[in-house]
Design a binder for this molecule. Sequence first.
Ligand code: CMP
Length: 137
Amino acid sequence: MEQTLSIIKPDAVAKGVIGKILDRFESNGLKIAAMKKVQLSRQDAEAFYAVHAARPFFNDLVDFMVSGPVVVSVLEGENAVLKNRDLMGATNPKEAAAGTIRADFAENIDANAVHGSDSLENAKNEIAFFFSGREIS
Ligand code: CMP
């Protein structure tokens, strides 16, 4: 059993597809072990994406992530990290396979509907960024 962090980004929340995206997780064997809707501050977004701080897209990424509320959840299941990434599809929705969340709901590489942890180690850090132990069950 693994846990991974998912963020439904401001574009998908604004579009009203929170439920449709959560259904992809639950229908594919990922249990929602914790969830909340939050408005990130600039400081939150900069800290969460600190690994990308030197990248040219960093400011646009932070601007976008604070542009509206997001839904953050802990997904749990067998191979949860990889399974979530498969369900999301490629970072750039133009390259995402048919039937993936990004192919179906994302606009472009910035407004790409969802974030998911890319390794088990990052998942642990990203989960701890948003949730305390008692919020996860
Ligand atoms: P995410 O999985 O949330 O991780 C970092 C985000 O940066 C990524 O999704 C994209 O939304 C955004 N981004 C913008 N441009 C790029 C790029 N060239 N390469 C990777 N990520 C990018």
